[in-house]
Design a protein around this ligand. Structure first.
Ligand SMILES: C[S@@+](CC[C@H](N)C(=O)[O-])C[C@H]1O[C@@H](n2cnc3c(N)ncnc32)[C@H](O)[C@@H]1O
Length: 261
């Protein structure tokens, strides 16, 4: 695969680590991503084995279409650190990664994600306050936020006036998207508008929210997603947004292709 022609404004169906390794260093302005959270590797609820239990109404109980979100914690951390290493390698010297994750309680103790981000240059943690959620555990309060780690190379700067915004962001989670764990488009739009990035990589693209937000702001995207079902979902969604709105500049470059492992 050649950069940029095989990457820019493409949805690439394949493994994020494999594909990122094909992107040259110092080429990407911005990464916005939300990896699988490994939610089914859990100590205390029915989500862990897919039976549902108290979580039977949560769409993530069924997992992702091509990925079961249940690997031993140590392996998960190692994998995510490898992914972050690749994201960091491809970034330009003034680039940054917005890495969304969720803290949770495991065996009665807070599992923050310090083990994943340790040694990466975390500049700030943005709190994404979401609505709703259910807490079946009487031992702690209902969790209502996720975090977005801003991992930045030294020369990264926000767009003009973006620094006036605070670091706690209120966005209701997306309800209409058939993907089990989509970003709200407004959240990603906020991130895109807060930078001058021209090309934006999402190595866990899901339903294509990052691509839609990038195109809506006349930026380019690179989307990587393991599940061909979600790749198609993203492709459809990008096309739909082109029809629905004048601001989306979908061009002929959008293609979907399988990358064999
Ligand atoms: C939290 S979801 C991302 C949702 C996305 N932000 C959206 O708005 O739709 C994580 C995605 O990572 C994908 N995934 C899991 N393992 C992957 C891998 N090895 N390479 C690429 N994508 C992967 C899953 O299929 C899932 O769609």
């Amino acid at each position: 695969m050649n950069y940029p022609e095989d990457f820019l404004n493409k949805i690439i169906c394949g493994d994020s680590l494999d594909i990122m390794k094909k992107i040259p260093a110092n080429t990407i302005d911005l990464v916005i991503t939300s990896p699988p959270y490994n939610l089914k590797n859990s100590t205390g609820n029915g989500m862990k084995d897919g039976r549902g239990g108290k979580w039977k109404n949560a769409s993530l109980v069924n997992g992702y279409s091509n990925y079961n979100d249940n690997i031993p914690h140590i392996e998960y951390v190692k994998w995510q650190r490898e992914c972050l290493t690749e994201m960091y390698r491809v970034l330009k010297e003034d680039g940054a990664i917005f890495y969304n994750h969720k803290w949770r309680v495991q065996k009665g103790l807070l599992q923050d994600r310090q083990d994943i981000v340790k040694d990466f240059p975390v500049r700030q943690i943005i709190i994404w306050r979401r609505k709703g959620g259910i807490n079946f555990n009487p031992g702690y309060f209902l969790p209502t936020y996720e975090v977005i780690y801003l991992i930045a190379k030294p020369k990264f700067r926000l767009a003009k006036k973006a620094n006036a915004k605070g670091d706690v962001w209120d966005f209701t989670q997306e309800m209409k998207n058939p993907h089990p764990a989509p970003f709200p488009i407004a959240l990603i739009d906020r991130i895109v508008k807060s930078t001058d990035a021209q090309n934006i990589l999402d190595p866990f693209m899901g339903s294509g929210t990052t691509a839609v937000a990038a195109m809506g702001n006349q930026r380019s995207f690179i989307g990587i997603e393991l599940s061909s079902e979600y790749c198609l979902m993203a492709e459809e969604r990008i096309k739909r947004n082109k029809i629905d709105s004048e601001v989306f500049h979908l061009n002929e470059q959008l293609t979907l292709f399988e990358v064999s492992k």
